[in-house]
Design a protein around this ligand. Sequence first.
Ligand code: MN
Length: 190
Amino acid sequence: MFELPKLPYPQDALEPFISSKTLEFHYGKHHQTYVTNLNNLTKGTEFENADLETIVKKATGPVFNNGAQVWNHTFYFEAFSATAQKTPSKTLGQLIDRDFESLEKFKEKFNTAATTLFGSGWAWLVLKADGKLDIVQTSNAGNPMLDGHKPLLTCDVWEHAYYIDVKNRRPDYIKNFWEILDWKVIDQRL
Ligand code: MN
């Protein structure tokens, strides 16, 4: 049985950047539905007792779609905090400076990737196999682990992530995203 992981903060903790109403739907309904679907789809199959990472890497079709969405959403929600550390650690900060010139330049480039992603998907900061950081986009339930990258940070740009709070203004949502992104969590993923 797959279970919806508990949020590491109360539902209203990210106000005003992400509203309690958005979390009620995005976490309580969408994330929960992916978990429920995954349980129904994997019952009696080889994936019934698999871990999520195996499902992301090996499954296809609806099992992949729901399993990867569970993984992606957990990864996304875990990176927020009401008392977010606003900048990366020295180690990660140095890698960002090396590969993007500065934190500000990195954010600009990431914002462009998140804003220009057509349709539904995710923008990611990843560590590639060659040791370099990169920004990638994935569509729908896509996950950069399938390309051999290690995900460090993600922004969900499906409309359900922001429509309640900012309607169609995705750039406003991305601006708010940085206010609650906890770099302490991202540091630990490096
Ligand atoms: Mn979502």
